[in-house]
Design a protein around this ligand. Sequence first.
Ligand code: SF4
Ligand code: FES
Length: 255
Amino acid sequence: MAENTNKARTLKFDIFRYNPAEPEKAPFMQRFEIEEAPYMSLFLALNQIREEQDSSLQFDFVCRSAVCGSCGMMVNGRPALGCQTLTADLPDTIALHPLPTFGLIGDLSVDTGRWFRGMVERVNGWIVRQDEFDRTALEAPMDDKIAEKIYEADRCIECGCCVAGCGVANVRPDFLGATGLNRIARFMMDPRDERAQESWFEVVSDAEGVFGCIGMMACDDVCPKDLPLLEVYSYIRRKAVASIFSDGKDNPAKL
Ligand code: SF4
Ligand code: FES
């Protein structure tokens, strides 16, 4: 991270503007200038622009602390969280665009929720049991190492940065992307899930799943939570190969 200094810069923001509710107006880039403040994040800068210069500017923030996943945007061509990105780490001129691959709500605001809901429904991203759920039963203890692996995968905040940065996801809307495969891996690892291996591999073993990845690995470069996405891909690939030799029984591939 670059050192914060008190030397004020004038920051020039070139911001994508388009409101789908006004299709007669073509998209354009609008320039705003503000004085940089110490420890200024893009969240603070955009709020200042909206409060002082243009109240119609649309962008999303909720938690301001890299937890809710709502503030993903393209910052000088790279997906990033607005609340986590300090202007001190950026040049004087900052171009902001909405994340590609998601439906545009307006300006920098995109509908990641619809994409993630669709992905979760496609992969049945929840625990599947064969028995009836017993609310009164004690929860079964879980091995610490498995619990830690599941926790690691559960740190995904569904910001969409990995999808927006993925060359395949940008041309294939049906590609599950790193976050989708991470979600699948999370339940594959979970000993409470009783799905048959075949049902997993119906979802992951084609070009919409793990074999659609062409190895550019931008997902791993841009994930703001540093999830081990390369390991997720290799875990699922190893499980897929191992399943061929395991005669349908569980196999030992580990994340
Ligand atoms: Fe965001 Fe990382 Fe989750 Fe992708 S894997 S949605 S980049 S937190
Ligand atoms: Fe919640 Fe940025 S505002 S992740």
